[in-house]
Design a binder for this molecule. Structure first.
Ligand code: UN1
Length: 513
């Protein structure tokens, strides 16, 4: 494949097509006349046109997934794990190319593009081990010669709705666990990233072919618009919908699932904060803040968006941060030295400018935030990350803007900083930089951060897959990836088995005929 250092527009499409072919996606799938246009945020260039499936395709796809479920649930879990092991192998083989395609379609740096695929490999490894550990409990029963236990069974068809910013990893978190848990997966990726979805689907098909006897329709892909996702959410056979995106999307999806008593696994917005305490290692904090706030051009759900700096170190740390913001390389992230790539599209740039205007109106001092023009000109949206010193915790600070904006405020007491950390609707991730044991422990305690993720001396982003990933409040409450997140993909049965000749009733109830 051609080296990916050149940023001339024609090379981007050519590279994407070469990668797609190498990954097993026939080019006619991305050259549909009149199809949905896919642009590279690196240059704004058209990467392809993809045929959208009509919303009516959902029923047929779920039909087949439901049939696959009836067969797959009977396959022993360790054998199901074998499919995920093969998927991990195929992903290892495809890592560089799929990572490059993520870079072309989403604009991530090559390192972050490959990192995303590594996250897929990691969850496959985790799920393979899990396939021999889907354990229930044996519980003490009050009745003699009885046994009480709980068992975990496959749940049913899982719908996965994913966002543009982790276009392939989020599918894999869900798919790897769902597969070992005995569930088929129907995937509706973001309209902004169908190419990486097609490539991932092709990779999964290779794993399925090597596996041999997996049921047809075990892993399916629905390339469509919002109505396709809505139909997936409404299909009564879809037992679980795992949806990643905005809180607004979650508000639309959650009531529909609740109305039909289906399971929802929601990964919605974040408005993540970090506290820098007086004892913090400021060199480490600076690096942690820089990656968490500017990495992925501020387009992670875990991106650092609010920074609370103790007043005693504010005038030391903040000028250093302002200098880092002014000097960080912004531009095509395939070129060495550029750590901040493009925003996904013009709408993201507009949203960033609106938030900065609102911050200025609320008395904020904005450093950076201006448009950076590259060889691609106005067709690509590069912005210098913005650091905004805010007098008060108000206005745009309270909401997630999916762009590299970091609001900075002073604090005086840890209680105040924790209250600020918790004073937003979202509850995804958080962190504190401190060398003070009491402060660190307090932050991760019941009276500390109210988020699903609370870190010490690490920024809020960049979680590894071994832990449960997700957040509270308007983040939706779902947990994906590690720990016992697998339980969301299974149903629990409590079994009481009487091996006596008597029929003692619970609670000592008498019912003697
Ligand atoms: C997301 O932005 O939707 O913790 C997920 C992180 C990544 C996942 C982010 N492992 O930043």
């Amino acid at each position: 494949l051609p080296a990916s250092s050149s940023a001339t527009p024609s090379s981007v499409t050519a590279q994407a097509h070469a990668l797609l072919q190498a990954l097993g996606v026939p080019l006619d799938q991305v050259q549909a006349e009149g199809g949905w246009p896919v642009r590279s945020p690196l240059t704004g260039e058209l990467l392809g046109q993809v045929a959208l499936q009509p919303a009516s395709a959902v029923t047929a796809v779920v039909d087949q997934a439901q049939r696959a479920f009836l067969a797959w649930r009977e396959v022993p879990a360790p054998r199901r794990g074998e499919l995920v092991r093969l998927l991990g192998e195929e992903l290892r083989a495809a890592k560089t190319q799929l990572g490059q395609l993520v870079t072309l379609e989403v604009g991530k740096s090559p390192s972050e593009g490959e990192g995303e695929v590594q996250e897929m490999i990691d969850i496959c490894d985790f799920a393979v081990g899990l396939s021999r550990q889907l354990h229930g409990l044996t519980l003490a029963t009050e009745r003699a010669q009885h046994r009480m236990m709980e068992t975990w069974h496959p749940l049913g068809v899982c719908g996965v709705i994913s966002a543009f910013n982790f276009p392939v990893a989020v599918w894999s978190w869900n798919a790897a666990l769902a597969l070992v848990c005995g569930d088929p997966v129907v995937w509706k990726p973001s309209e902004k990233t169908p190419l990486t979805a097609l490539a991932t689907h092709a990779i999964a098909q290779r794993a399925l072919a090597r596996f041999g006897d997996a049921p047809e329709g075990l892993l399916s892909l629905l390339i469509g618009e919002r109505d396709t996702g809505a139909d997936l959410v409404d299909d009564p056979r879809v037992a679980l919908v795992s949806a990643t995106g905005s809180t607004a999307m979650g508000r639309a999806v959650a009531p529909k699932l609740a109305a039909r008593f289906a399971r929802a696994l929601l990964e919605l917005g974040g408005n993540n904060a970090a506290i820098v305490a007086p004892s913090a290692d400021l060199d480490l904090a600076l690096r942690g803040i820089a990656f968490a706030a500017m990495g992925t051009a501020g387009q992670r759900c875990t991106t650092l968006r609010r920074l609370f700096v103790h007043e005693s170190i504010y005038d030391t740390l903040v000028p250093r941060l302002v200098r880092a913001y002014a000097s960080v390389g912004v531009g095509d992230p395939r070129e060495p030295g550029n750590l901040v790539g493009p925003l996904i599209d013009e709408a993201a740039w507009q949203a960033m400018q609106q938030a900065l205007d609102a911050a200025r109106a609320a008395g904020g001092t904005v450093h950076g935030g201006e448009r950076v023009l590259t060889a691609a000109g106005a067709a690509a949206c590069y912005a210098r990350p913005a650091l905004v010193e805010m007098p008060t915790h108000t206005g745009p600070v309270l909401h997630e803007t999916f762009a590299p904006i970091l609001y900075v405020l002073r604090y005086q007491t840890l209680d105040e900083a924790i209250a600020l950390n918790n004073a937003v609707g979202a509850g995804l991730s958080s962190s504190i930089f401190t060398l003070n044991l009491r402060e660190a422990e307090r932050f991760v305690s019941a009276t500390g951060s109210d988020c699903g993720i609370a870190n010490v001396n690490i920024g809020p982003s960049g979680a590894e897959i071994g832990g449960a990933f997700g957040g509270e409040k308007e983040t939706g409450g779902g947990r994906e990836a590690g720990s016992d997140s697998w339980k969301a993909y299974m149903r629990r049965a409590t079994n009481t088995i009487n091996y006596s000749t008597e029929l003692p009733l619970a609670q000592g109830v008498k019912f003697d005929l």
